[in-house]
Design a protein around this ligand. Structure first.
Ligand code: FE2
Length: 475
């Protein structure tokens, strides 16, 4: 295995080669608020081709999910992360794309529809008239990520159960029932499926953390509850061949009353970003590393080198402003804020503190070739403001493509070409909201040449609410 050289790290730290993101000029007609409107109950349409051609080999379903309910009973939702989830399916076949969108039919949504108002507090929103809960799944908005598993798609949230979705019709099949008294236990929205087909996940409840290991058929191979050193708000995690890595930012549980989850945490910049390394066999913490204080939502991937160092890439922010302010302002239609997270490579040596090397430019929603989960990767794709970015960790290069002005771009997903092994040999699929046309586009890039722009651009006849994450399932 080739190791990253000292020189490479110097290049990365200096961000020697990078195409900086130019400032975007937002005009009055670039109304980003259309991405935060309540969706109709269903979407069904065929997309229209705007430019280019769909690759004939690209065939399958591109799923995405995100919040899609922003008001009820005259009350506006107060935090982006709390909207009821709507799952989208773009079915790609024979040069055509059809789109379908359906809300996940959760007990929360049913209860609030019946009441005609919001009932429950969530990640960052507390409605005027709160209703008590009996279990975490009473709050489950099923809005954060989609996991293809066992022929189904699971709609994920981070504080409770997955919801099983029919992969074709998008009908909600019910809450995923796990054996062994694990029903309703936190199953985060960022599980990792390794090349073997096994899936790993974590779920956090305060200082307690559940570690999950699932078989390809969705049954539980192993699950264990461990105690964390501190109660930190964690959204994502990573695996390597032998280890699990938790990155705990210093957004820590505080004393005193709080009306929402995020308000029960406080940013403590004097404390480190802590990396906890666990053994995949024993599910015990075996190493702890301290890094400078940073907040993060997302990790691209992790791997371990022969010298015992673990390397992982993540999009690191200076603090947790997005969670506590920006995501509220967006949902309320008050203000948007520029992307501020930076794509970064973290090295965790066998002992001692960790090191962060940051690329130039901003980025979020990191995604890698799904065949390399837990193994060494060189390339991560992500979103940058109004475009798509490709980060090369060996060369220390950030390449970007910017959509036409007035476009809000979303998470790109890499789809490998069938039979190809190269890390860029495939396509990137990305949805993008054309704020001027008021329509959502589907853009396909050749992942070897993302800076050339999409090889095919299609449009829905409507705008979709801006979402979080997606996945592609080949036909
Ligand atoms: Fe996420």
């Amino acid at each position: 295995m080739t190791r990253l050289t000292r020189r490479t790290f110097a290049q990365l730290t200096a961000s020697a080669v990078a195409l900086a993101v130019s400032p975007r000029i937002v005009r009055a007609e670039d109304d980003w608020r259309i991405g935060f409107r309540t969706a109709p109950e269903t979407f069904d349409a065929e997309l229209t081709r705007l430019e280019g051609r769909l690759p004939s080999e690209l065939s399958g379903s591109f799923y995405r999910i995100g919040p899609a309910q922003f008001e009820r009973g005259g009350e506006r939702l107060g935090h982006w992360f709390d909207g009821d989830g709507m799952i989208q399916r773009f079915a790609i076949a024979d040069g055509r794309v059809t789109h379908r969108g359906r809300f996940v039919d959760t007990p929360k949504r049913r209860a609030e529809k019946a009441a005609g108002r919001f009932l429950y507090t969530g990640y960052g929103f507390a409605p005027k008239n709160l209703t008590g809960i009996r279990a975490p799944d009473d709050l489950n908005a099923a809005n954060t990520n989609v996991l293809p598993i066992a022929g189904e798609v699971w709609a994920l949230w981070e504080g409770g159960s997955p919801y099983r979705i029919d992969a074709e019709t998008l009908a909600t099949l019910g809450r995923k029932a796990f054996d062994g008294g694990l029903n309703g236990v936190a199953f985060s929205a960022h599980p990792k499926t390794e090349p073997s087909g096994d899936t790993w996940n974590f779920g956090v409840i305060g200082k307690r953390c559940v570690l999950w290991h699932l078989a390809p058929d969705g049954t539980t191979r192993k699950a264990k509850l461990i105690e964390l050193p501190e109660a930190s708000l964690m959204h994502d995690f990573a695996i390597t061949a032998r280890h699990i890595v938790l990155l705990a930012p210093p957004l820590l549980r505080r004393e005193g009353p709080a009306s929402t989850l995020v308000d029960s945490y406080a940013w403590q910049p004097g404390k480190p970003l802590t990396a906890l390394v666990l053994d995949k066999n024993t599910l015990e913490i075996v190493r702890r590393h301290e890094l400078p204080a940073r907040f993060l939502y997302h990790i691209g991937n992790a791997w371990e080198d022969a010298d015992g160092a673990i390397r992982l890439d993540a999009c690191l922010d200076a603090d947790a402003t997005f969670a506590v302010k920006t995501a509220r302002d967006l949902a309320l239609g008050l203000a948007q804020a520029p992307l501020s997270a930076r794509p970064s490579l973290i090295t965790l040596p066998p002992s001692g503190a960790g090191v962060i090397a940051t690329l130039q430019g901003v980025g979020e929603f990191p995604r890698i070739d799904p065949r390399r989960v837990g193994e060494r990767h060189r390339i991560t794709h992500g979103v940058t403001e109004g475009g798509v970015a490709t980060w090369d960790w060996e060369r220390g290069v950030s390449e970007t493509y910017l959509h036409p002005p007035g476009t809000w771009s979303e998470e790109p997903v890499f789809v490998p070409r069938k039979g190809a092994m190269g890390e860029r040999d495939g396509w990137l699929i990305q949805t993008a909201l054309d704020m001027r046309a008021g329509r959502t586009q589907l853009c396909i890039f050749d992942a070897r040449r993302t800076t050339d722009g999409p090889i095919a651009r299609l449009t829905c006849p409507y705008a979709l609410p801006l979402g979080f994450h997606g996945t592609f399932v080949a036909a």
